[in-house]
Design a protein around this ligand. Structure first.
Ligand code: DHK
Length: 145
């Protein structure tokens, strides 16, 4: 049975390409999905985005219940305050990479304290959209290890 990697994206990421391009660039989420699938090798990819916290929690439960091999998550604005998201990720036992397009540590202080980083295997921030491809490569290596 092929391994499955889940790539989850939080609020407002559906607007990438036209959302504060000076921060997030002009790559669209559809283009990012294509980048992730291009890096997947023989692994299946579930690629999703939601503006709703509960939907992301449900998708994390689904990843747990279907024995996902690993996860890349860009929690977006839910990174810093969402206890429900954190509690769900605490149950996810496979490799987990937290991904941010921007370098959150070089931005306003509200973006500096990630709750998700307390449970992530690794964190990638500041590489722009290409960070997703880097995260996919790194996650597959973590899964293989
Ligand atoms: C995306 C968002 O939507 C912000 O709320 C985060 C993250 C940063 C990113 O850089 O991908 O603070």
């Amino acid at each position: 049975m092929p391994r499955c990697i889940h790539v989850l994206n939080g609020p407002n990421l559906n607007r990438l390409g036209r959302r504060e391009p000076e921060i997030y660039g002009r790559t669209t989420l559809a283009e990012i999905e294509a980048m992730c699938r291009a890096e997947a090798g023989g692994d299946d990819v579930v690629f999703r985005q939601s503006n709703y916290e509960g939907q992301l929690v449900d998708w994390i439960h689904e990843a747990i219940d279907t024995d996902a091999a690993g996860m890349v998550i860009n929690p977006a604005g839910l990174t810093f305050r969402s206890i429900p998201l954190l509690d769900a990720l605490k149950m996810f036992r496979a490799p987990l990479i937290e991904l941010h397009i921007s370098n959150i540590h070089r931005r306003d202080a509200i973006y500096h304290q990630s709750l998700v980083s307390t449970v992530a295997t690794a964190v990638i921030a500041g590489l722009g959209a290409r960070g997703y491809a880097t995260a996919m490569r790194a996650l597959r290596e973590l899964i293989d290890a």
